[in-house]
Write a protein that binds this ligand. Structure first.
Ligand SMILES: Cc1cc2nc3c(=O)[nH]c(=O)nc-3n(C[C@H](O)[C@H](O)[C@H](O)COP(=O)(O)OP(=O)(O)OC[C@H]3O[C@@H](n4cnc5c(N)ncnc54)[C@H](O)[C@@H]3O)c2cc1C
Length: 467
């Protein structure tokens, strides 16, 4: 008789948990996956409250520009109006479809699906709090040789007067009614994306950020350029600005700013960071080591201080992106249940990433400041232009592209602000991973006429970018 109920029990059916469970089960491992949102909520943050619904809304927002700009191309007549309720229900239906795809993939691989809140009760034991069909609560117990925690993260909201009136990105997708006046607080990628989305959908958006410039961690020139373009597109972006208090009045939320100014808005969306989802997991009781911010501490094989307990994805706060959680899951399964062939390793170098703001931002490799610090003298190639599309569209939007090249001629940083930046930079990320030099970029013919061809036609380095 088997010593444990399962070989592997995964807590969390998000990007990392689903991938690990499915791959392990495909190798004949007896796997269970527990998801607090139930089978109908499979897919985690990315599918339900992150990447996918956000990108769908970004597409929706993009139509406003397309309708406006189409006039420059000879299209006449009234522009269509947004039906927010219809958009919400179409999004919800697509997410439900994806939830079903995830459930089928897991079942098809032989994963046992458990619905409920999982809590560690030992190094090999988990309790599952469930809701029975009659509405009563139940508690089940399972054991597994290996436990994997992939419980993800959740929004962090600062404490201030009126906190109860604000929402996080989790609630933004289903706002009711549509906010004609929206306050977005934060300067990270999620804040910029939601500011752009609601601005595009027709809200009057004010975005406040405490720091000197949005998108901390990105190339400084990219940050300034993006801020200018977002303002141009209509977002009232205010830097070094914060909220003192928020009160609900009959005509909306009254926001008092730190500088004494006041705003009245219909909704206030706080995108002020995310924290690991660890409460109620039983980590302290079982003795799983955590960092000061709550993240679960793991080694290079995603093992915690308990040899039978592993963790990956956002709950470990390494790189909070879906492809990173997927990569970590694949490495872990290879490590635990490998076929003897060289195991895959998650590589944290040169991770490409995008911000689906308006305009899009995408980047891979080092910022100019990092490149100078790491490589000393770097050559900077830069192009700023109006895309061909906008010669007739009437839009004033501009595009920025930037390449950073080290002394050995290797391209160590590539940045873009402009339409479809994510789609374009994904391809260049492959070249950079392969170690492409500037000479290789120069030897590559462009696809004409595209914006992307600028990356292979920049010939002269610019003088050092002014600080
Ligand atoms: C608004 C937003 C936009 C984003 N956009 C992008 C993007 O464009 N590109 C990108 O790469 N990444 C994006 N991300 C980040 C991405 O969603 C996460 O990095 C990714 O989902 C992390 O996967 P995970 O498996 O670690 O956790 P999650 O996907 O968060 O999954 C964790 C799962 O565990 C479940 N769970 C938690 N505790 C328990 C418990 N005790 N018992 C049972 N189940 C539990 C949760 O219900 C959840 O389903 C975005 C995130 C947000 C919030």
């Amino acid at each position: 008789m088997e010593q444990y109920d399962f070989d592997l029990l995964v807590i969390g059916g998000g990007s990392g948990g689903v991938r690990a469970a499915r791959m392990a089960a495909q190798r004949g491992v007896r796997v269970a996956l527990a998801e607090a949102q139930g089978i109908e909520g499979l897919g985690g943050t990315c599918v339900n409250l992150g990447c996918i619904p956000k990108k769908l809304y970004a597409y929706a927002a993009g139509y406003a520009d397309a309708f406006r700009e189409s006039r420059g191309y000879g299209w006449i007549g009234e522009a269509p109006q947004l039906d927010w309720e219809l958009l919400k229900s179409r999004r919800a239906a697509e997410i439900r479809r994806l939830n079903g795809v995830y459930a089928n993939l897991l079942r098809g691989s032989g994963v046992t699906l458990l619905e409920g809140w999982a809590r560690l009760t030992g190094a090999h034991e988990v309790s599952l709090a469930t809701l029975n069909a009659d509405g009563s609560a139940g508690l089940q117990h399972y054991s597994a040789k290996t436990l994997l925690i992939a419980s993800g993260g959740q929004p962090y909201l600062p404490h201030f007067q009126g906190r109860e009136h604000v929402i996080s990105s989790d609630q933004a997708f289903d706002l009711d009614p549509f906010p004609q006046r929206l306050l977005v607080v934060g300067g990270g990628y999620i804040a910029c994306e939601f500011a752009s989305i609601f601005n595009g959908l027709g809200s009057r958006v004010t975005q406040l950020y405490r720091g000197e410039q949005i998108l901390r961690g990105f190339d400084d020139e990219v940050r300034h350029f993006t801020a200018a373009e977002m303002r141009k597109s209509g977002v009232d972006l205010r830097l070094q600005a914060g909220v003192l208090a928020i009160a609900r009045e009959a005509d909306g939320l009254h926001v008092t700013l730190e500088d004494g100014n006041r705003l009245v808005v219909d909704a206030a969306l706080y995108a002020t960071g995310r924290v690991p989802k660890v409460e109620g997991l039983g980590l302290e009781a079982v003795g799983v080591a955590q960092g000061a911010d709550g993240r679960i501490l793991v080694d290079d094989e995603y093992r915690t201080n308990l040899p039978s307990v592993y963790a990956l994805g956002d709950v470990t706060s390494r790189v909070q992106l879906t492809p990173a959680a997927l990569g970590e899951a694949m490495q872990l399964v290879d490590h635990l249940y490998g076929t003897g062939k060289a195991a895959r390793r998650m590589d944290y170098e040169l991770i490409p990433t995008a911000v689906f703001s308006h305009p899009n931002v995408a980047t891979v490799g080092l910022t100019e400041a990092q490149a100078r610090e790491r490589h000393g003298e770097v050559r900077v190639f830069r192009s700023e232009f109006r895309a061909l599309r906008h010669t007739l569209s009437g839009s004033e939007e501009r595009t920025l592209m930037k390449l950073l090249v080290d002394a050995s001629d290797r391209v160590v940083g590539l940045h873009m602000v402009g339409a479809e930046a994510g789609e374009i930079v994904q391809g260049f990320a492959v070249a950079m991973k392969a170690g492409a030099t500037k000479a290789v970029f120069d030897a590559t013919l462009g696809i004409h006429p595209t914006a992307a061809e600028e990356f292979v036609t920049m010939r002269e380095p610019v003088a050092r970018t002014p600080d």
